[in-house]
Design a protein around this ligand. Structure first.
Ligand SMILES: [Zn+2]
Length: 163
């Protein structure tokens, strides 16, 4: 099968890493597959669903879902205090709360300060704070989706390996 550049449509040689016409970086199929395989292996190494009983997972998905919402850990605890599955997700959920609180406080403080002293900095500060904010939001959403699907996956930054 012929390979074509996705950017300019030039015909490519099987092993080329860059398009000879437009210079765009290419992923040949084997490299792409290697990346895919690495992703799958990484995901599998983070997936600890096997540690939990099916019944536990089935009954406590909602409680696990709540664990990732800000202060939702309290609701989660009320719903199922002793479920190991919900506890796994609460542990991750609680680790989101401190960075969330710090970011919120920082945003309010710096926002107010820059409004008073350096109004021209208000916008850049807001943009900079959006980066960690987006990471936290992504973790929160990932946690909600994963727990609701009945999976126990260690998330980056907030997942901890059990010994
Ligand atoms: Zn090209």
């Amino acid at each position: 099968m012929m390979r074509y550049c996705g950017n300019c449509g030039a015909v490519l040689r099987e092993e080329s890493l860059y398009c000879p016409e437009c210079g765009v970086k290419l992923y040949n199929r084997s490299r792409w597959e290697r990346i895919k395989r690495m992703q799958t292996r990484l995901l599998r190494s983070m997936d600890e669903t096997w540690r939990f009983e099916e019944e536990d997972i089935g009954e406590n998905r909602l409680a696990s879902f709540f664990a990732y919402l800000p202060l939702g850990g309290i609701v989660s605890r009320l719903l199922s205090k002793s479920s190991p599955f919900a506890r796994f997700h609460r542990a991750q959920g609680w680790r989101l709360l401190l960075p969330e609180a710090i970011l919120l406080a920082l945003g309010l403080l710096l926002g107010a300060l820059s409004d008073l002293l350096f109004p021209s900095l208000t916008r850049p500060i807001r943009v900079i704070l959006m980066i960690p904010g987006a990471v936290l939001l992504a973790l929160l959403i990932a946690g909600c989706v994963i727990s609701f699907k009945g999976k126990a996956v260690r998330l980056p930054f907030i997942g901890k390996k059990e010994k």
